[in-house]
Design a protein around this ligand. Structure first.
Ligand code: SF4
Length: 102
């Protein structure tokens, strides 16, 4: 589970962030390139949130990406269960499930 106390300084202020558990696997940057970018320095890389999602669709993608992170390095300051996007997604097949069944 991501810990806001350990979030990278590059994250822009807002609901979503990446913390120092990131293993630089690239998944979030592939899934949501408008939200996540890579910081590379000193031979090490990691992702960070460079733009917070604005639209309901972008928030849904950010939530799906957060759930897909293999090390739970993506955090959300609003509990996911309390977001409108989460409740809306329960009635749908979701972004990644849609890819899996395509
Ligand atoms: S999906 Fe998770 S581990 Fe992979 S680059 Fe993004 S934040 Fe890091």
């Amino acid at each position: 589970m991501a810990n806001i106390a350990n979030k990278f300084s590059e994250n822009v202020p807002g609901q979503f962030y990446v913390d120092n558990q990131c293993i630089d696997c690239d998944l979030c940057r592939q899934c949501a390139p408008t939200i996540f970018k890579r910081q590379f320095a000193g031979g090490m890389g990691h992702s960070y949130v460079h733009r917070q999602p604005l639209t309901p669709r972008e928030k849904m993608v950010a939530l799906d990406t957060m759930r897909a992170c293999p090390v739970e390095a993506i955090g959300c300051t609003t509990p996911v269960e309390q977001t409108d996007e989460y409740h809306d997604s329960l009635g749908s097949i979701g972004l990644f499930n849609a890819v899996a069944v395509a």
